[in-house]
Design a protein around this ligand. Structure first.
Ligand code: AMP
Length: 176
């Protein structure tokens, strides 16, 4: 059993494909006996992953900044709801409470969270696995840019090894 942190979109106007992915991710983590750590809101994929985990009997930990409790509709059903004073503290708590990170499709906030854990892993400050779920090539553009950045020596090739890119949820679960 591990605590798995899921980063994903909070948008409320998503295609059902993404919401289904989030629901199935939460349910699969719960069935595997893992604790879910997530953003502590009920909106978008973030809400779906937590609801999916609980529907499958899982323990959920939500971490939400006080300033977003209304906007992201804080997840009062979460087994633990941790309210932070700042956005930065939210990420720190999520990192501290988790053994591994699963990054699903998302927007700017998801990228911020991905790069937060990736950059500190690249500096050797935590050894926790980071898995990027590149569903339907969602992150192809980002991965192509990273190749370019490595080619231009802006990014160390080793840094890329700090994340594992998979194509779907099953592959991610197999790694966990
Ligand atoms: P998004 O991918 O933009 O839908 O955002 C996903 C989640 O990331 C949302 O819960 C945002 O509140 C959160 N988020 C956005 N920026 C930050 C940040 N700087 N620190 C912590 N969480 C953030």
């Amino acid at each position: 059993m591990a605590a798995i942190c899921v980063f994903c979109a909070s948008s409320t106007t998503l295609s059902p494909v993404y919401l289904t992915l989030a629901t199935e991710t939460g349910a699969a983590l719960a069935r595997a006996g893992h604790v879910l750590v997530s953003g502590g809101g009920t909106v978008g994929m973030m809400g779906a992953v937590a609801a999916g985990a609980r529907a499958a009997g899982g323990h959920t930990v939500g971490v939400i900044p006080r300033a977003l409790e209304d906007r992201e509709i804080a997840d009062r059903d979460s087994a633990e709801l941790l309210v932070t004073e700042t956005m930065a503290e939210r990420k720190t708590v999520m990192v501290d409470r988790s053994d591994a990170f699963l990054v699903l499709p998302g927007g700017l906030g998801t990228l911020d969270e991905l790069f937060e854990v990736w950059t500190i892993a690249g500096l050797g400050l935590h050894p926790k696995p980071i898995i990027l779920v590149n569903l339907d090539g969602f992150y192809d553009g980002l991965l192509a840019w990273l190749d370019r950045a490595v080619a231009d020596t802006m990014v160390r090739p080793d840094a890329l090894k700090a994340i594992t890119v998979v194509e779907d949820l099953d592959a991610a679960l197999a790694l966990l």
